[in-house]
Write a protein that binds this ligand. Structure first.
Ligand code: KG4
Ligand code: ZN
Length: 343
């Protein structure tokens, strides 16, 4: 089954063609990072306008690279939420237009479900066949951080989520304070490698719960940067990543250690508690090399981590999720774009 997957929930216009939910024939991504970098964060209005400009060329490129003509596509899937309203509407309407014009069914997909199914896009049997259910999924992105228990395809129980900021948001805000630019995750990861003596920053454990909170560590970075006289949060013009500062690197590493420590310990304890057969990590933060190394070190069950470029937003994961849910979901042509859609 050949599925076209469209992702436009945030700042990447991604369109992919995937066979049977596992084999990527093309996966084209037009990133808006440079457009938003000068503002230190995503500007929703600019994101929508750029999706509108990019989506046609990205679609044509995805077909060309896959050597597939639009008439060979069996199903068109798009992210309809969660995400930025204007951005979601562009991808959803483009998909519906294609669906009408080509007379191919349309399926609405939850972006977080897409992050889970990125784990099936690799050359293996897939986590279900290799290890079985239940699976604990750690989903950590710029807008969400949640632990999901997956007991079968399409069957999800939320074990916990962040009560305030997402992990990715803490990386992004920390990088802004330290003048490391946007997006913050990769910048903090890179800066942390140079730290001779990482700072110890707080962790919010919230008892034994599977809930998260990252607002405290975000504030701790700001306070510490102010004390040390290296706070750049109000002056993004002065971003200069070429100047090395031990203090800045130590703070970046401290932030990364704090976020990773909490993500890893809570995910492992959920996996043990629910007797998970494996753990899937997904979402942009799952691209973090420190997180990937630490969780493998301590996990009693196998870790399935998509390659970093499939952890961040892309159309292939949407096509993958559509393959595994198309049998259980009717044509969703009337689906609306829902910014706060829940899994
Ligand atoms: O899933 P994603 O691409 O978009 C959303 O759905 O939000 O995640 C983006 C987030 C950003 O906050 C970004 O800083 C973070 O993922 N991120 C990382 C890394 N790469 C991206 N965080 C930590 N380490 C990374 N290597
Ligand atoms: Zn995402």
């Amino acid at each position: 089954m050949i599925i076209l997957g469209i992702e436009s929930s945030c700042d990447e216009t991604g369109i992919a063609i995937v066979r049977d939910g596992t084999e990527i024939l093309s996966n084209v991504i037009s990133s808006q990072v440079e457009l938003h970098a000068r503002y230190g964060g995503i500007i929703p209005e600019l994101a929508s306008r750029q999706h509108l400009l990019s989506i046609g060329p990205v679609f044509r490129q995805a077909c060309t690279e896959a050597k597939i003509s639009p008439s060979e596509i069996d199903l068109i899937a798009a992210t309809t939420g969660p995400g930025l309203a204007g951005a979601l509407i562009i991808g959803t309407n483009f998909a519906k237009g294609l669906s009408l014009g080509l007379e191919i069914p349309f399926l609405s997909i939850n972006h977080m479900e897409g992050h889970i199914y990125a784990a099936w896009l690799q050359k293996s049997a897939g986590p279900d066949k290799e290890f079985g259910f239940p699976i604990v999924c750690l989903l950590a992105s710029g807008g969400h951080t949640e632990l999901i228990l997956m007991s079968d395809h399409g069957s999800y129980t939320r074990l916990g989520e962040t009560r305030d900021d997402a992990a990715g948001e803490a990386f992004d805000k920390g990088a802004r304070v330290l003048g490391l630019g946007f997006p913050g995750g990769p910048a903090i990861q890179n800066e942390a490698t140079k730290a001779p003596n990482p700072e110890r920053l707080p962790r919010a454990w919230l008892g034994d719960s599977f809930e998260f909170s990252f607002s405290g560590v975000k504030t701790a970075v700001l306070r510490r940067a102010q004390e040390l006289g290296i706070d750049k949060s109000s002056n993004q013009e002065s971003v200069d990543t070429s100047v090395f500062s031990e203090t800045r690197a130590n703070l970046a590493a401290g932030l990364q250690d704090s976020i990773v420590d909490v993500l890893v310990k809570k995910t492992i304890s959920a996996a043990v508690h629910y007797k998970a057969k494996c753990i899937i990590i997904g979402g942009g933060v799952a691209a973090n090399s420190h997180l990937r190394e630490e969780i493998v070190k301590v996990s009693p069950v196998p870790i399935v981590a998509p390659i970093p470029s499939l952890c961040t937003d892309n159309g292939a994961m949407i096509a993958g999720a559509a393959f595994f849910s198309h049998g259980t979901q009717a044509d969703s042509f009337n689906a609306d774009a829902i910014p706060n859609l829940r899994l």
